[in-house]
Design a protein around this ligand. Sequence first.
Ligand SMILES: [Zn+2]
Length: 497
Amino acid sequence: MTYRLLISLIFAGVLLCAPVFVTAQDNTTSDTLPELTIHVVQRGESLFRIALSYGMTVQELAELNGILDVSNLQVGQRLLVPSADSAFAIPQSHTVQPGETLSSIAELYNVEITMLIELNNLPNANQIYPGQELMIVGDIEPTLAETPDIALNPNSAQSVTIPDNGLPTLSTNLHTVQSGETLYRIALQYGLTVPELASANSITDSTRIFVGQQLIIPNANNTPEAALDLPRPIVGLDVKPLIFIEGETGFISLNTEIAATVTGQFLGRDLRSIPLDDNTQHLMFIPIPLFTDEGIYPISFNLSNSDGTQITFAFNMRVAAGGYGIQNLDMSAELQRLLVPAVQEEELNIIQRITSEVTLERYFDGAFSIPAAAAMNGEYGTRRSYNSGPVNGVHSGADFAAAPNAPIFAAASGQVVLADTLNIRGNTVVINHGWGIFTLYAHQNALNVSVGDIVTTGQIVGFAGSTGRITGPHLHWEVWVNGVPVNPLQWTQQIFP
Ligand SMILES: [Zn+2]
């Protein structure tokens, strides 16, 4: 039975609503009837694209929905389409995985690269990045490709359109948040973790989702295994999260089948590789500095291999905005004196120099502990203006409302590399946790450790106070990765290997 005939039967059945019609069909026919579901038309969609998504022709879709004018489609309009479970539903979206190329993805789905480029509105075959949702339509009837919608939709020069945010609106891979749902519940429903779902949607605060919000569901059920396309001797590539976030820490692990030395570059900075397993595993912690513009950036690696060969390897990473707020601080003239750029720069240079060291020994294990038994009262990443002046500062750490002389605890094990008085941060302790990771504890009344001390998680490093440039007693806590201050809370929530 042809698809067109099936559609005609359903359409006739809907129109006639005649039970006798249904019972008149033989069993083999009714078993193969496609189940139908509703597709809500999204901004940027054309009937051509929707038809393509569901493996139908424009005529079939129009007929099924009684549409006479195929160029007149309204956003929010509800269309009958074959359900995802039906044998006729071919559309899928594919979340690009690290190590995949457009060519390997095309091969996986048995489609043409040019089709993927056109369908996803890509500038060229190299413009894909991990975490990107690509629309895939396989096994297209040859006649469909010869049916340009330009003839049907004369006002549209480009048949396949993508909304402004660059993300496809394929309904099968979007979840619209319902009243009473939490990110946790939604993640559970799709077999994802909260961080996976949050990072796919650039959500920094998992408590802030709203009813009606459309969430991208990465690695949906219909996504097959990754189509890795890695150059030898690379045999494994892990990237976390798939989309990097401004102000946070990214992580990349490369596995090689022979020993190798790995160097690399991202955002104009050298990557620092931690070699493990006789130089066959290479870990890289990648800080994304605050104020990094949202966008797609190349990341490149150079491998010097033990067999004498050298290779370069590169792909794109997307950086999403951190979504940090803006805050005004009132400061006395005395404290403002310390805002002089030279004073700030001098102090930053000291901390940057210390935190750019990479110790190959790792002291930390698991997620970091909160460094004070107090509520957080200042978020990392907040842009700052002073005395209602221009926004020219940023909060490089997280603040805790620790009472004067309350104990301050080491967030993880490590070695004390600074225990001194700084102009802005006051009495400060810096702990080296190894692998280029450091924590900093500022504004203390008194210090309880000295440079060179080995400390363990929870050990008291000092006592809270209000030394340095400060408007009231609190603990200012920073995490530095390879010389860049990053969101400390990420390290309390996420376990890096
Ligand atoms: Zn602070």
